[in-house]
Write a protein that binds this ligand. Sequence first.
Ligand SMILES: [Zn+2]
Length: 85
Amino acid sequence: MNICEKQHRYASILNNLPDSQSSDEGRHLCAGCAYEKGYSDGLNNQKCKLAELNLPYSQAGTGRHKSAQAAYDLGWQEGNQKYCS
Ligand SMILES: [Zn+2]
């Protein structure tokens, strides 16, 4: 199992995400990695399914128990604003 050990720059952003205990929203997946993936996908104006991203797991830090889907969507919106501007 792949465990994320990055110090995510977006940790404070992740605080505002909803908690998730639902496996189909990416429970225990790293929300920080999901955010970064979403951001780069937004920049390229493409969207991936969470299951396709091959995200590492995270059991610690700000992103713990946060919805990886919500993190991806948030990053995507911010990246896509740059794509559109
Ligand atoms: Zn991560």
